[in-house]
Write a protein that binds this ligand. Structure first.
Ligand code: ZN
Length: 258
C-alpha cells in the first residue's frame, strides 16, 4: 500500500488520516490550500527523482529534484565503519536506493527533529538500518516501526566517532550529530528548519570560539543564521564575526579559509 505523505512537511504516516499533527503544530504551518497528501509513487510519476550532491570530503547531500515539501535534504556521512544518514527526506525510489547502495549503503539513520522525518521509516526498511529518534520526540513519529530506536539522555553513540547529542533545538528531542572523525574537523552537524550547519570549536585563544559553518546549499546566509539563532533562543549579539559568503575568512585571518 502507498502510505500518505504530507505535501507541506514531507512526512510519511503509517495510515491515512485527515490532518498532519506536525503541520498543525505552531512550529510548522498548514499549506494555503489546506491539508494535501501525496505518495512516493505519485511523486515519482510527477517527475521527482533522487538527487545527490557532493558536499565535501566524506559527505554527500541527499535530496529530491524537483524538491519536495520545504526542500529538506539529508547528509550521507561516509565512514569506514558504515555510512550514517543524518536526517530524513520526503523521497526515496529504487533508483536512488541503488545509488546509495553503490556508495556503501546505510548502517544507521539519525534525525534532528520532526520537520526532517520525511520518509525515514521507508529508508530504514530499504537499508535494514535502525532509525534513531530521541525519546522526547516519540509522540511525533508518524510511522512507528520496530526499527525505530528511541534513545534517552543527553548523548548516544551510534557508530565509532558518531555521537548524537540532545541539544533540545526546536523540539524537546532536538538532536545534533557530533562527528569526531570528520576530515574537515567540522565537529558537529546540525539542522534546523531546512538549513544545515556545521559547528567546530577552535581552542587556543583567550576563550574557545565556536564557529558556525552554513552549508553551501543555503545561499541566504542571513536567513540561515536567523533560523539557527531563533532555534537556540539567542540574538545576533551572540555573533562576534560574520564571514563573507564569497571570501570566507580571507580578510579576517589573512590566509585562505574554506
Ligand atoms: Zn505535514
Amino acid at each position: 500500500m502507498q502510505l500518505p505523505i504530507c505535501r507541506t512537511c514531507g512526512v510519511q504516516y503509517g495510515a491515512p488520516r485527515l490532518d498532519c499533527p506536525i503541520c498543525l503544530d505552531e512550529r510548522q504551518y498548514v499549506g494555503w490550500e489546506g491539508q494535501q497528501w501525496t505518495t512516493l509513487a505519485e511523486l515519482r510519476a510527477a517527475g521527482h527523482r533522487g538527487r545527490l550532491d557532493e558536499e565535501g570530503p566524506g559527505v554527500v547531500g541527499v535530496g529530491a529534484a524537483p524538491s519536495i515539501a520545504v526542500g529538506q535534504r539529508a547528509l550521507l556521512i561516509r565512514s569506514p565503519s558504515g555510512n550514517v544518514l543524518w536526517d530524513g527526506v520526503g523521497y526515496l525510489d529504487d533508483e536512488l536506493g541503488a545509488q546509495i547502495e553503490e556508495l556503501g549503503g546505510i548502517s544507521a539513520i539519525a534525525v534532528s527533529h520532526p520537520h526532517f522525518y520525511g520518509v525515514m521509516t521507508e529508508w530504514g526498511r530499504a537499508f535494514d538500518a535502525p532509525v534513531y529518534v530521541h525519546e522526547a520526540d516519540r509522540e511525533w513519529v508518524a510511522r512507528p516501526d520496530p526499527l525505530i530506536e528511541y534513545w534517552t539522555g543527553d548523548t548516544h553513540s551510534i557508530a565509532p566517532g558518531m555521537t548524537l547529542i540532545n541539544a533540545g533545538t526546536h523540539f524537546a528531542g532536538g538532536t545534533v550529530l557530533h562527528w569526531a572523525d570528520d576530515p574537515e574537523g567540522r565537529g558537529a552537524l546540525l539542522s534546523t528548519r531546512r538549513f544545515h550547519f556545521a559547528l567546530s570549536r577552535l581552542e587556543g585563544g583567550p576563550t574557545p570560539d565556536v564557529f558556525v559553518w552554513v552549508s553551501r546549499e543555503n545561499p541566504d546566509v542571513d536567513a540561515a543564521l536567523d533560523a539557527l539563532l531563533d532555534a537556540l533562543g539567542i540574538g545576533r549579539e551572540a555573533l562576534t564575526f560574520v564571514g563573507d559568503i564569497e571570501t570566507g575568512f580571507v580578510d579576517m585571518r589573512g590566509s585562505q579559509g574554506t
